[in-house]
Design a protein around this ligand. Structure first.
Ligand code: FAD
Length: 374
């Protein structure tokens, strides 16, 4: 039983069916992809600062590159690269450590000086940039196509996806999962996977488990046609301000974290925040003055204290597995996580050790830090 019909729940369902499990049921409160999966920026990258996150990306990236072969769906994966712009002295040591890590792990990312940034993306204003980092394997893809790929293949192999099926309770018997409740219905099961994204703490609370995932609202705005850029542009991140941008349907997609927003389950667009995004966007990409904002939306990051997901079994509750808290990078890690969780469930050995990502790390004081997140 998988709670949550986002990209993580769907990937786990697919990978379970691919390992021969037929009795997979995914319960989704709204419609598939209605959570963060349908609201994200589609970014896929190797450039993380923790080894765990880099390895999750390294396991996932080849799957995105071959997605159409495996799933028969074009996910519009454009490997235009990710370009981080470092403008503050305080961020230099962390990116230097990242560069060393990437070299050790074989990530083809490199430091780029301002002249090279100008040649990669000539329209950027770079007067205040100290240096950048660039990885040409990174890029962006269409999130809903990725979701649809997992869902279609899982369904074809026997998994069932139920929409408008909100889980309202979980029965335990002597510390073991026995059933979930959906409305008046009690569905017997002995394994529940909590893939409810930002809402995962609500599912965990049903078995008495406290999970440190905070819902953080994040906005995206998209401009109309951005005339004047006739070449592919990398997904560009001004690290200090968290502004990021990439091509979207002829225009430019802009995202930025609102430092004044407190944790909230509200997904309403705060249009008062738009001027701050436009101001940063114009400062970094002046030709945006020729465009206007066409649309905007907000979704939730599922933020953990150390910006890493919570994966695997939970002490004290048999049959309850966590797969949530991706802290704004769950789409890009979905292929790896689906395979890793499915391997754990069927008892297949895995090359990826999820022990550092268990929930207990927050009690034992062993979090795994990530710096390169926005
Ligand atoms: C603005 C924005 C930009 C982002 N950009 C990127 C990016 O560039 N790259 C990237 O990798 N990630 C990005 N992310 C993060 C990414 O969207 C998430 O990490 C990912 O979608 C998590 O997938 P999920 O399946 O865990 O959660 P979700 O997609 O949120 O799915 C959880 C599902 O659980 C359902 N649910 C909740 N409660 C219940 C219940 N009681 N019963 C049944 N179902 C329930 C919800 O309706 C929801 O559909 C971004 C997120 C946002 C908001």
């Amino acid at each position: 039983m998988i709670v949550g019909g986002g990209v993580i729940g769907a990937s786990i369902a697919y990978h379970l069916t691919a390992r021969g499990v037929r009795s997979v049921l995914v319960l989704e409160r709204e419609t598939l992809g209605a959570g963060s999966t349908g609201k994200n920026a589609g970014g896929i990258r190797l450039q993380f600062s923790s080894e765990v996150n880099v390895r999750l990306s390294q396991l996932s990236l080849p799957r995105f590159e071959r997605f159409e072969d495996e799933f028969g769906i074009d996910i519009a994966f454009q490997q235009v690269g990710y370009l981080f712009l470092i403008t503050e002295e305080r961020d230099i040591p962390a990116f230097q450590r990242s560069l060393a890590l990437w070299q050790r792990l074989g990530v083809p990312a490199r430091k780029v000086e301002v002249d090279e940034i100008r040649s990669i993306f000539p329209e950027l204003a770079v007067h205040d940039v100290l240096f950048g980092t660039f990885c040409g394997k990174d890029g962006h893809a269409d999130p809903m196509s990725i979701l649809n790929g997992f869902v279609a293949r899982a369904r074809a192999a026997g998994a069932t996806f139920r929409e408008h099926a909100a889980v309202s309770g979980i029965d335990l018997e002597r510390g073991r999962v026995r059933a979930v409740h959906v409305g008046d219905e009690r569905i017997a099961c002995d394994l529940v996977i909590d893939a409810a994204g930002a809402w995962a703490p609500q599912i965990a609370a049903m078995v008495g488990v406290v999970v440190p995932i905070r819902p953080l609202r994040r906005h995206i705005f998209v401009t109309d046609n951005a005339a004047g850029i006739d070449h592919p542009i990398p997904l560009t991140i001004e690290f200090a301000s968290t502004l990021y941008m990439h091509r979207e349907s002829g225009g430019i997609l802009l995202g930025m974290a609102d430092p004044n927003d407190r944790p909230t389950y509200s997904e309403t667009v705060n249009w008062d925040f738009l001027p701050a995004v436009v101001e940063r966007g114009l400062a970094r990409l002046p030709l945006l003055e020729r465009t206007s904002v066409r649309t905007g939306w907000a979704g939730l990051y599922e933020d953990t204290p150390d910006k890493h997901p919570i994966l695997g079994c939970v002490d004290g509750v048999e049959g309850f597995v966590m797969a949530a808290g991706f802290s704004g990078h769950g789409l890009m890690h979905a292929p790896a996580v689906g395979a890793i969780i499915a391997d754990r469930i069927v008892g297949r050995p895995s090359s990826f050790d999820i022990a550092p990502l268990r929930l207990a790390r927050f009690n034992t004081g062993e979090p795994v830090r990530e710096h390169n997140v926005i």
